[in-house]
Design a protein around this ligand. Structure first.
Ligand code: PNS
Length: 150
C-alpha cells in the first residue's frame, strides 16, 4: 500500500541505549511521521545485552510514543529501510571524530540504494560525549551512569 508518511530508520547497535540515542530519536520523531529504531543483530560483535534486551530498553523508553517503533535487523540496512517504506536513515553526529565513519557509511548506503537519504542530527551538547562503549566501561569498573542512560 502506498503511503505518504515520512518514515525514517535509526540504525545502530544500541548496546546499550543511551540518553544521546534517546535525544536523537526524539529529534527524529519531530521531523518524521514515524521513526523505526533498527537494532543490528551482529553475531561478530559480542554485545553486553542481548538483542531482545536492547529492543525491550527502547520499547520501555518510548512507551506511549506510537511514532517510535523498534525492530531487530540483520543483512543490509537499505533493504530493511525499503521493507519499512523508509526514505531516510537517521544517524547522530557527536564530534568530528564520528564524521569519517559516518561519511563512508552514508555514501555506501547511497551506492546500495540511492532512494534512501542519510540525515545527520546533532544531540544536545550535554550528550555529545556519551557513547555506549564508554557507558559500559564506566559500569564495568563500578562507576555511576545515572543521567547517561534511560
Ligand atoms: O551504532 P553502530 O554500531 O555504529 O551502527 C552501525 C550500523 C548498524 C548502522 C551499521 O553497521 C549497519 O548499517 N550495518 C548493517 C549492514 C549494512 O547495511 N552495511 C552496509 C552499509 S555501511
Amino acid at each position: 500500500m502506498a503511503t505518504s508518511q515520512r518514515i525514517a530508520v535509526y540504525p545502530g547497535s544500541f548496546d546499550p541505549l543511551t540518553n544521546g540515542h534517546v535525544d536523537i530519536i526524539r529529534r527524529g520523531a519531530r521531523l518524521f511521521d514515524r521513526i523505526v529504531v533498527a537494532i543490528l543483530v551482529n553475531e561478530q560483535k559480542t554485545p553486553m545485552f542481548t538483542t531482545e534486551d536492547r529492543v525491550a530498553m527502547v520499547r520501555e523508553a518510548f512507551a506511549g510514543e506510537p511514532s517510535v517503533g523498534v525492530e531487530m535487523f540483520d543483512g543490509l540496512l537499505v533493504e530493511f529501510a525499503a521493507r519499512h517504506g523508509a526514505g531516510a536513515i537517521v544517524r547522530g553526529l557527536r564530534a568530528v571524530s564520528d564524521f569519517e565513519y559516518e561519511f563512508q557509511m552514508a555514501l555506501m548506503n547511497r551506492r546500495l540504494d540511492a532512494r534512501v537519504e542519510t540525515v545527520f542530527m546533532m544531540p544536545a551538547a550535554e550528550y555529545s560525549y556519551i557513547s555506549s562503549r564508554l557507558v559500559k566501561e564506566v559500569v564495568m569498573v563500578g562507576g555511576s551512569v545515572t543521567g547517561l542512560v534511560p
